[in-house]
Every structure is written in structure tokens, then in C-alpha cells.
Design a protein around this ligand. Structure first.
Ligand code: 5RP
Length: 226
């Protein structure tokens, strides 16, 4: 069962992020249970204020939700420059490095975050950590290369585990990888350089400009010092 306090916090963070949407924007829509609250609030703002918003979803689930709420959708092919991306995270460290991909959507999420002028992450307080690594790093992998990638991850000091019964929206497998020590920028590069890895869930090169953290109804906006 969902933790009601965490749920309240997710709602508060998700709804707060809708305040940053301006008329005429091209938006990235992340994935997950926190983003769901953002998408719902966004849809109600669009209706109430007749906003001209076009959005690019990062997963089939977010696409389905946004479509059901009447949000106009586009693709990154049509709009390679995005004004604002709002997404959740599994862990956020004090430098705003992230682990993402709990929902297995991190490949599209990283593309959309990288293509966006501004990236806002929305989380409940439990996601804020002093160092990354309690949450295993999701790595999307072509199934053809599974054994090879597995061995390479082990030689990087990781302990991979295949996410059972799960394929990404692009039809690939996910290895959830535990690491004792994480140097975020190095790990992101090392994983990405293994042939057969589609994308890893460390976001160190594209970090958010803002993190909206909620603890119950108490919401804080943290800004990255640029
Ligand atoms: C999906 C993600 C999600 O943003 C992340 O897992 C957080 O999800 P939730 O808001 O449900 O806790 O990276 O790939």
C-alpha cells in the first residue's frame, strides 16, 4: 500500500511544479507517480486559463495520461528544443546528481531533460540523500548484449540484477546495479561506454536547475548554484 504521507508530499511537489508553466511553452513530461500529480494539475491549469501548451511525454504511461486529460502532444523530432522538463527521481544528492529509472523510462527521460532549457525535479523528502547509491542504478540494455554488459558492470564494481518481467517502452531489458561507491559523473560515462548499454540512470551531466522537495504540505524550492 502507498504511504499516505509520501503520497501527500508527491502531490504537493507535483502541483507546485505546475506554477512554473507559462503560456506558449513546449514541455517535457517525465514519468512516475509524482509526475502524475504534475500532469493532472497542468491539465487543469490549461483548461482554466486556456493556455497554449504542447507536451512531449517520456513514456507510454505519461502519454496515455496526458492524452486522456486532453493535453496537446508532440514529439522531440518536431520540437527538439524544449522550454521546461518536469520529472521525478529515485535519489537526489546535494549537488543535484540523480538516480532515475525506477520506472524504466530513464533513456527517454535523459533525452528530454538534455533537450530542455530548464529541468525541474519533483520529489518527496525521502529521495534526498547525502550520497547516491542506496537505490540501484537502472541500466537499459539490448538483450543481445546482456551477458557481456553484465560482466562489464561487474568489472566496474557493480552487482547487476535483471528486472524480471519488465521491458522498456523500446523493448529492452533493465539491469538494476548496486555500487558501493558512486562517483556520479565517472559512473555515468563508464556505464554509457559499454557497448550494448542503451542508457544508464545516473544523471550527472544533465542535472536539474531546481529541485522541488515536499514533506507533507511543506514545499521547498532548491536551486542549483550555477
Ligand atoms: C521513471 C523515473 C521516475 O521519475 C522515478 O522512478 C520516480 O518515480 P516516482 O515519482 O514514482 O517515485 O525515473 O523512470
Amino acid at each position: 500500500m502507498n504511504n499516505p504521507d509520501a503520497e501527500k508530499s508527491k502531490k504537493a511537489a507535483g502541483e507546485k511544479a505546475a506554477d512554473y508553466v507559462r503560456d506558449g511553452m513546449i514541455l517535457g513530461l517525465g514519468t512516475g507517480s509524482t509526475v502524475r500529480y504534475f500532469i493532472e494539475k497542468l491539465a487543469s491549469r490549461i483548461k482554466a486559463q486556456q493556455l497554449d501548451i504542447t507536451a512531449i511525454p517520456t513514456s507510454a504511461a505519461s502519454e496515455k495520461l496526458a492524452r486522456s486529460l486532453g493535453i496537446t502532444l508532440t514529439t522531440v523530432g518536431e520540437h527538439p528544443q524544449i522550454d521546461l522538463d518536469v520529472d521525478g527521481a529515485d535519489e537526489v544528492d546535494p549537488q543535484f546528481n540523480l538516480i532515475k529509472g525506477g520506472g524504466g523510462a530513464h533513456t527517454r527521460e535523459k533525452i528530454i531533460a538534455s533537450a530542455s532549457k530548464e529541468f525541474i525535479v519533483i520529489v518527496d523528502k525521502s529521495k534526498m540523500v547525502s550520497r547516491l547509491g542506496n537505490f540501484p542504478v537502472p541500466v537499459e540494455v539490448l538483450s543481445f548484449s546482456e551477458k557481456y554488459v553484465w560482466n562489464e558492470i561487474v568489472s566496474l564494481g557493480g552487482l547487476p540484477r535483471r528486472r524480471e518481467g519488465f521491458l522498456t517502452d523500446s523493448g529492452n531489458i533493465v539491469l538494476d546495479c548496486r555500487f558501493n561507491v558512486i562517483d556520479p559523473e565517472k559512473l555515468e560515462t563508464d556505464l554509457k561506454c559499454i557497448p550494448g548499454v542503451v542508457e544508464d540512470g545516473v544523471f550527472a551531466k544533465r542535472r536539474p536547475e531546481k529541485v522541488i522537495v515536499a514533506d507533507g504540505r511543506n514545499v521547498k524550492i532548491l536551486e542549483r548554484v550555477l
